[in-house]
Write a protein that binds this ligand. Structure first.
Ligand SMILES: NC(=O)c1ccc[n+]([C@@H]2O[C@H](COP(=O)([O-])OP(=O)(O)OC[C@H]3O[C@@H](n4cnc5c(N)ncnc54)[C@H](OP(=O)(O)O)[C@@H]3O)[C@@H](O)[C@H]2O)c1
Length: 237
């Protein structure tokens, strides 16, 4: 049995990942703020015969990282995979973005993955197959108008991931970045209501990429998976 921590598990991409990893027989630690959604998902996983716990925290709170790791280890005695998925987006021009919004987006999208990874590393070092997967975005590489704070936070996550991969390689910890375009979740409905839902990636497709990463064997290392919506702009580096 292996144990995975999934942040932002209450809905959207994180929920799809948590359900996929339950099917793969992982113990799952569900992280989020919405207690009702955490309880619903816990029940769904238990009905499937899976093992899980919920950790209710706000990832903008600096005390959340230690709490997640402590409760995961207390319950399952191991941490094998960390999936930094939780994220927050807010549309707005640079002129309309205030400091509180900028700080919050960077706290959840960039600071939390950094310090949760840091807290998890000592435990991941003890695992036979330790993995960290960071969910960034196409906006982690490109610039989009009216999304500057979100874009900036995801660039920070991309940069952090590049260094993380190098620093923990010696410990056998594999680090992967998944960078999706538009996915059919509440976030895209808020940020890009103009996009036809039919064009969007489904959350389960991101979960399939996670399945690929956590089950693959072999010598090759996958650094990044970039997936875009049907008629999204083709990858240009
Ligand atoms: N949807 C897209 O088009 C798209 C594209 C590229 C990348 N992404 C990335 O994919 C990830 C998942 O996004 P999604 O589309 O599934 O979004 P979503 O449906 O809005 O879900 C966001 C998740 O993050 C959690 N979260 C947000 N703020 C939090 C906080 N302060 N503390 C703890 N948890 C928090 C939410 O849980 P609670 O509300 O329970 O706290 C929720 O489970 C994000 O990192 C996002 O940037 C999304």
């Amino acid at each position: 049995m292996s144990t995975v921590i999934v942040t932002g598990a209450t809905r959207g991409i994180g929920k799809a990942i948590a359900l996929k990893l339950t099917d793969l027989k992982f113990n799952v630690v569900l992280v989020g703020r919405n207690v009702k959604q955490l309880t619903i998902l816990e029940d769904e996983i238990k009905q499937k015969g899976g093992e899980c716990i919920s950790v209710k925290v706000d990832l903008s709170d600096k005390s959340s990282f230690g709490k997640i790791i402590k409760e995961s280890y207390f319950q399952f005695g191991e941490i094998d995979v960390l999936i930094n998925n939780a994220g927050l987006a807010q549309a707005g021009s640079i002129e309309d973005t205030d400091i509180a919004t900028w700080d919050l987006l960077h706290a959840v999208n960039a600071r939390a993955p950094f310090f949760l990874s840091k807290a998890a590393i000592p435990y991941l070092k003890k695992s036979n197959n330790p993995i960290i997967i960071n969910i960034s975005s196409v906006v982690g590489f490109k610039g989009y108008v009216n999304q500057a704070a979100y874009v900036s936070s995801k660039h920070a996550l991309t940069g952090f991931t590049k260094v993380l991969a190098k620093e923990v390689q010696k410990d056998g910890i594999k680090v992967h970045l998944i960078s999706p375009g538009g996915v059919n979740t509440e976030m895209i409905q808020e940020m890009r209501p103009d996009i036809d839902v039919e064009q969007l990636i489904q959350p389960e497709e991101i979960a399939e990429l996670v399945e690929f990463l956590v089950t693959r064997k072999g010598n090759g290392i996958v650094d990044q998976l970039y997936i875009r919506r049907k008629i999204g702009e083709a990858f240009d580096g």
